[in-house]
Write a protein that binds this ligand. Structure first.
Ligand SMILES: [Zn+2]
Ligand SMILES: [Zn+2]
Length: 65
């Protein structure tokens, strides 16, 4: 069951979780793109893959390889 990483509420579907995140501004938000991700992992993957925001540094951990 998908669950909000901010308030730990469970949802019946990913769709309703995304709606909740949008309404409450919960979850992980990529500010430059205004996109919402349901987990740190999803956000970090987006930041790593997207060339759109080279100056944006992930708040939780730095990507250091
Ligand atoms: Zn929530
Ligand atoms: Zn982004």
């Amino acid at each position: 069951m998908p669950c909000c990483s901010d308030c730990h509420r469970a949802f019946v579907s990913l769709h309703s979780l995304f709606q909740h995140c949008r309404d409450k501004l919960h979850g992980q938000i990529c500010a430059p793109c205004r996109r919402i991700f349901i987990s740190d992992t999803a956000l970090n993957m987006h930041l790593r893959d997207s060339p759109r925001h080279p100056e944006w540094i992930p708040p939780m951990e730095s990507i250091d390889e």
